[in-house]
Design a protein. Structure first.
Length: 319
């Protein structure tokens, strides 16, 4: 029996020959060359000599034409992303707001040149700090960039409450309208005076949560949007009609008065803040619509002497 075996075509190289080919001078090439180290034996070249003589590298060649085309495309993409009107901020939405109005927050940011600014260049951290510094009611805020041209602002407000005043006694209410107790310390919260002077007991529910939110919204907007000095709020017999009193910012000298409002003779004059116009709201209607009517009224140059009635739907009465 004879067996025939096919001989493999093996090209043998001497050790000297392999070293020469491994260390031979690189060929000239009109391209960018990058060396990438080979880490696994499976990817080593066939003519690998010995690791002791040098770490082998794999050469990656990129032609100058391809590199130029890629660079131009990258510049076009960057230019379009940073300078195109497609990525300019056009709308701002606010979510999770109970007291603060979306239009007030949006106008606050528009006044600081956020509108038409490139969405990629908007500094979210600076925007957060500006909102929290201006609106002390904000506890947490997050800014989301919604491509191509929308900013979504998610806020968390601090608990809202009011100070209820009746028969010269001040009571602190929680955010649901229940009496927490008599106010012991000064708090920076809106004050609502019950002109009817109805008696109040602890743990009683005086008003609804919607009424408290309405008072805080009106107080915040009158101060922030219109720059008014709010003296306080008052109701008479019903919580459906809310009156907001304001100061002019000036003071007048008057005689001191007693508890019944009578002037006390023989005492020096005291400086009293000068009262400005008052505003009437309907707490059953949307506060944003009533405040927008006031915005349009002031934009038309209307002068307010004594009062503005905003509680009538579709109308504004000014005196």
């Amino acid at each position: 029996m004879f067996s025939f075996r096919r001989k493999k075509n093996i090209i043998s190289f001497s050790r000297h020959k392999r070293l020469e080919e491994y260390h031979q001078a690189p060929k000239k090439s009109f391209s960018l060359v990058f060396k990438r180290p080979i880490t696994s034996a499976r990817n080593l070249p066939k003519k690998y000599a010995n690791a002791l003589f040098g770490r082998p590298h794999r050469k990656v060649h990129i032609s100058y034409s391809k590199f130029l085309i890629f660079s131009l495309l990258l510049l076009v993409v960057v230019y379009f992303a940073l300078f195109s009107r497609f990525f300019k901020v056009k709308t701002i939405t606010v979510v999770n707001n109970r007291v603060l109005l979306e239009s007030d927050i949006a106008n606050f940011l528009y006044e600081r040149n956020v509108r038409n600014k490139n969405i990629f260049l908007v500094n979210s951290e600076q925007m957060k700090e500006a909102l929290k510094d201006y609106y002390k009611r904000i506890d947490e805020v997050r800014v989301y960039k919604v491509l191509p041209s929308k900013l979504k602002i998610k806020i968390k407000e601090k608990p809202s409450t009011i100070v209820w005043v009746t028969k010269e006694q001040k009571y602190l209410l929680d955010d649901n309208g229940y009496v927490l107790g008599i106010q012991q310390e000064a708090v920076d919260m809106p004050k609502v005076v019950d002109l009817a002077g109805l008696p109040v007991k602890e743990s009683d529910r005086i008003v609804t949560r919607a009424f408290i939110d309405f008072v805080n919204t009106a107080d915040e907007s009158l101060k922030k949007r219109f720059g008014m000095k709010v003296a306080g709020f008052s109701i008479n017999q019903t919580t459906f009609e809310l009156r907001a009193d304001t100061y002019t910012g000036k003071t007048t000298k008057q005689k001191e008065k007693d508890k019944n409002g009578k002037e006390i003779d023989g005492k020096p004059l005291v400086e009293v803040p000068e009262m400005g116009p008052y505003f009437l709201f309907d707490t059953l209607q949307d506060p944003a619509e009533q405040l927008d009517k006031l915005t349009r009224l002031l934009a038309n140059g209307e002068k307010i002497k004594e009062y503005v009635i905003l509680s009538i739907e579709g109308r504004v009465i000014v005196n």
